[in-house]
Design a protein around this ligand. Sequence first.
Ligand code: AMP
Length: 221
Amino acid sequence: MITILMGAPGAGKGTQAKLLESNYGLVQLATGDMLRAAIGSGSALGEQVKSIMSAGSLVPDDIVIKLIEQRLSTGAIGYVLDGFPRTPAQAEALEQFLGKRGEAVTAVIALDVPESYIVERVTGRFTCGSCGAGYHRVYRPTAVDGVCDQCGGKNFVVRPDDQQEVVEKRLAVYAEQTAALLPFYEQRGLLTKIDGTGTVEAVAERLAHVLKLRNPVKASA
Ligand code: AMP
């Protein structure tokens, strides 16, 4: 079961992918998280992608394709791809790679969020530096100011590419390079668009409904 979550930056892909991981045991593969981890560890890969990411551009296809291929090993019940593919070349590479193993993408779910909501959503978000739990200044604040609900950590991180000018660049990149994937998957009969506005729980319910339709046995767990 390989589900791709699509949508503009700030559409809620990461939040929903984490819920699918905890609710259904799917494995979240988020190329943005992998690249941020590489930057955090100071690896050669991190050095290579740091300035590209902070400018809001896409890192080269071959880098992210390799990252995904390394993680898509057999054994998990299924995977949720979050932030991959982002270009037609990545979508084609994924199709070829899975095809060689006799597998295929099961469902592509696009979270539809009007652009007018995105900047506010993205510029308000922050994560716990210790456990990675995600919050938003307005929509999902911590229960106690300055303390992570999940681990009690007090150190929070804001992504450098979540500043307004960079978010605008990322939205333009999405429109130019990633939105073309919607017709690509629509032609293959894999795409479902859902409303990505409303509470996290409301979007999660819509998503679960689509997954059950697409994969009745495995997603009903
Ligand atoms: P995300 O966390 O998905 O919003 O990704 C953050 C940044 O990581 C993007 O703006 C890109 O610079 C880079 N990135 C993540 N995934 C990809 C991808 N599939 N292709 C190219 N660049 C990516």
